[in-house]
Design a protein around this ligand. Sequence first.
Ligand SMILES: O=C(NC/C=C/[C@H]1O[C@@H](Sc2ccncc2)[C@H](O)[C@@H]1O)c1cc([N+](=O)[O-])cc(O)c1O
Ligand SMILES: [Mg+2]
Length: 214
Amino acid sequence: TGSTRPQRLLRAVQKKATQGDPQSVIATIDHFCRHSEWAMNVGDEKGSILDSVVTELNPSSALELGTYCGYSTVRIARLLPPGSKLITLEFNPAYAAVARQVIAWAGLNDKVQLVEGPSGDLIPQMKELFGVQTFDFVFLDHWKDRYLPDTKLLEECGLLRKGTVLLADNVICPGTPEYLEYIRNSSRYESRYFKSHLEYTKVEDGLEKSVFLG
Ligand SMILES: O=C(NC/C=C/[C@H]1O[C@@H](Sc2ccncc2)[C@H](O)[C@@H]1O)c1cc([N+](=O)[O-])cc(O)c1O
Ligand SMILES: [Mg+2]
C-alpha cells in the first residue's frame, strides 16, 4: 500500500519548508502542486485574493469549511491578529491527520482548532462546544453541494452578524450554482465576484465574497 497524495504533499512540506515559517509552507505546497502533483488547494492566485479579504477584515473569529491538507488554513491563520481563532471543519480523518501536521509545521497550532466531522452536524454545536458567539469571517471550500445548506444553517444558528464576510471558493469550477443563485438574489447579502483561475491552471474560476447585512 503506497502513500496518498496528501501524505506526499506533507512529506514535501517536512522536507523543504522551514518549521514555524508559514510562508515557506505555502510556497512548498504551491511548488509541489505546480511541479509534482496537482491538488485541490485554493492555490497562490486565488490565495492572494483570500489574503487581501482576511487582511482587510482582520477577523477575531473565523470558520473554514473543508480543511483538506490545511493550505488555506495556514494562509488564513498566518494573517490573524493575536488572540483570534480559526475553527476549521474536516470530514475525512486521513485529510485531517495530514492537515494537523501541516498546521503544526507552520507553527500555527495556537490560532487553529481543527474539528473532525461533518459541517452539518458541527455548525449547530459551535456555540456550546467552542464558545463562539458569531463569526467575522467564513471560508467555504468543502463539498460544493454543502455551501448553500451550511450557509442557511449558519444563519439559522445565529452565527452570522451584520458585516460577517463569507468567501466561497470554486463558484465557477467545479461550480456552486444553487449557492450563487441564493446569495446573489438574497436581500440579506451584498455579493461581489472576484474572477481568477482554478488553482495551478489556466481554467477560469473565482471567489464570491458576500457580506451578511443582518
Ligand atoms: O471538490 C473540491 N473540493 C471539495 C473539498 C472537500 C474537502 O472538504 C471535506 S468535505 C466536508 C468537510 C466538512 N464538512 C462536511 C464535508 C473533504 O474531506 C475535503 O477535505 C474541489 C475541486 C476542485 N476541482 O478542480 O475539481 C477544485 C477545488 O478548489 C475544490 O475545492
Ligand atoms: Mg476549492
